[in-house]
Design a protein around this ligand. Structure first.
Ligand SMILES: Cc1cc2nc3c(=O)[nH]c(=O)nc-3n(C[C@H](O)[C@H](O)[C@H](O)COP(=O)(O)OP(=O)(O)OC[C@H]3O[C@@H](n4cnc5c(N)ncnc54)[C@H](O)[C@@H]3O)c2cc1C
Length: 428
């Protein structure tokens, strides 16, 4: 593995907006190639999607939620009591651009392209994390590669998943079919009859996503990077270049380059640079059952419950669900109750009363792909946002891609599917 020099600023300064997994991975990748990095984020580290997620690396990986089957199922999913998908009607007008592009992305002719583009980022996700952290053992030690079970609760569900599993195999994901008895052997505490499972052998997980972010930021600072716990409220531009970021403190911080990685909150600053992406938030939920630290040995995805179950350092995390709602609205207590109910359905002995509850925003674009690109018309500004359900998986590869764009090097994957203008008439 090649060791990169750490950031002495010889290549100029980069302001990074957002200290989630994506912003931090970009910052570290740039620092290691000689850039002086400054990261901005007003939120408490560990409070956003990058720490509240299910921790899976390449969990569902290559199946875009934008597909014809999902589109047909949406009415049924929305009206199903206690279903994994909810929409607050007050949010509907705001999500019209997202919906329009989502429907277009569901066309059967798009499936193969989107699936390949997801695979391009996701399947290399684990290896890119290992490369990014090859000098940071404390963070590397948070990663496991034990695989992930797709657990089916009925034969109908298992049959329905056959096409998805064919696609996974076609993209190069090794899958092993497990009978109900074999599932029971691997997860002895499971208190429900299953119709078997499929084991995705190459998937990994992170046992403490918040510690990953914390450790990364500490190392960035130790190697000379700067962190400002403030929001970036505006960008200062001159002659089609970003010259500084303006912070909520009122200060301007000059920078040679800008990376916008503010997750679901990226839209206002992207708009300052003339881009209006149909970015929306899919709020997700988790509960963490601390007492159950040893209940399972490997992560599981339970598609019918819209939920992942992940063994983490501090307990078992049940995470998932999708809620379309205004970002400033309060999380729904009913969805936390639903997660607790599902947890007890799988593990009747699980004590969920004292579970820690969390909710946060997935930064979602309608075609399930992020934007990783230079800002059109602003050659020193870069976009890295919109990673949806896959941002933990794709953060390190995104960091390496942004570094390649800035350093004029060959990116780790062809970045055409992730271009910024793909939703505008100009870029369609
Ligand atoms: C329940 C749930 C389960 C998930 N499970 C998985 C999984 O198993 N695997 C996977 O790969 N992905 C998963 N995801 C998705 C993943 O967590 C996200 O895609 C990823 O965290 C997005 O990272 P980010 O850095 O882009 O955004 P964020 O983590 O949201 O970080 C953006 C940061 O930008 C900051 N910010 C916003 N505005 C400003 C501003 N103006 N100035 C400065 N800073 C600003 C915010 O405070 C925030 O800290 C899950 C998400 C959820 C919600």
């Amino acid at each position: 593995m090649m060791t990169m020099p750490t950031g002495n600023g010889a290549r100029g300064s980069v302001a990074i907006v957002g200290a989630g997994a994506v912003g931090l991975a970009c910052a570290r990748a740039l620092q290691r190639s000689g850039h002086a990095v400054t990261v901005f984020d007003p939120a408490e580290l560990g409070s956003g999607a990058s720490s509240g997620n299910a921790g899976l690396i390449a969990g569902s990986a290559v199946i875009p939620e934008a597909n014809m089957r999902t589109l047909c199922e949406i009415p049924q999913l929305l009206f199903r009591a206690n279903g994994p998908l909810t929409l607050r009607l007050s949010h509907l007008p705001r999500m019209a651009p997202f919906l329009w592009h989502f429907v277009k992305s569901c066309r059967p002719s798009e499936f193969d392209r989107l699936s390949r583009a997801m695979a391009g980022l996701s399947l290399a996700g684990f290896d890119h994390w290992m490369a990014l952290l090859d000098d940071l053992e404390e963070a590397r030690s948070l990663f496991r590669r034990d695989g992930c079970l797709y657990l089916y609760l009925s034969d109908k569900e298992r049959r329905k998943a056959e096409n998805d599993n064919q696609t996974r195999r076609a993209r190069g994901m090794p899958l092993v079919e497990l009978t109900p008895a074999e599932v029971k052997e691997r997860v002895p505490d499971l208190g429900i009859e299953t119709a078997g499972a499929v084991l995705a052998k190459s998937s990994g997980h992170v046992v403490a996503p918040d510690a990953l972010c914390r450790t990364l930021l500490q190392r960035i600072i130790a190697d000379g990077g700067t962190f400002h716990p403030v929001a970036v409220t505006d960008l200062v531009t001159a002659e089609k270049r970003v010259t500084a970021v303006r912070a909520s403190s009122g200060d301007d911080f000059p920078a040679d380059r800008l990376v916008l990685a503010a997750g679901a909150y990226s839209r206002p600053l992207a708009a300052r640079l003339g881009l209006f992406p149909p970015l929306d938030s899919q709020r997700g939920y988790h509960i963490m059952v601390r007492e159950a630290a040893n209940a399972i040995a490997l992560p599981m995805l339970v598609p019918s419950l819209g939920m992942a179950v992940t063994p983490m350092r501090e307990g078992v995390r049940f995470a998932g669900l999708v809620e379309f709602a205004d970002m400033d609205s309060a999380p729904s207590p009913a969805l936390h109750r639903l997660l607790k109910h599902s947890a007890r359905r799988l593990f009747p002995q699980m004590q969920t009363e004292t579970a820690v509850e969390w909710a946060g925003q997935r930064p979602s674009l309608p075609d399930c792909l992020p934007i990783i690109d230079r800002a059109p018309g602003f050659p020193n500004a870069y976009f890295a946002f919109g990673h949806g359900q896959m941002g933990l998986t794709q953060a390190a590869v995104t960091g390496h891609a942004i570094r390649a764009l800035i350093d004029n090097a060959t990116p780790p994957v062809d970045l055409t599917p992730y271009r910024a203008t793909r939703f505008s008439k100009r870029g369609a």
